[in-house]
Design a protein. Sequence first.
Length: 155
Amino acid sequence: MTISKVLNTSYPTLRDSDLISDATRLLLEHRHSALPVVDDNGRYLGIFSMHRLFSLLLPRAVLIEGGVSDLAFVSGPMKMLAEKMLEHNGRRIDEVLVKDAPTAHSDTPLLEVVLMLYRNESDIPVVDREDGRYLGMVAAAELLAHISAESRMHG
């Protein structure tokens, strides 16, 4: 099986000028944990994920190496998280996207993509090697469905 068999070309994308509130709505609406960010020419710029969003909502003290590991002392956590969300909703995606997230190419071996999914716990963007154009995503759930169907055929 090649990567093209599991490439989702209709995966929703974000523009670098979109707001975090737009990104959050799309993440929830499509039930994805991450969305690719592209420029006006369709070139891949990076990824915005729930992981990144949660990092914006948590107190900085828990995110640094050797930081606070127990947050039991925090009172009213839902209110605090909601306030942080409101604080960040108006920020542009280009301020917070992850630019160094792993990407695959149309010729990336399937097993390597599975390894990327395992290591990164996020769907993998597929980008044209020549011009950096975004081609689609390999979604973990869709790939697992293909693997499961294949195993039933051989089992």
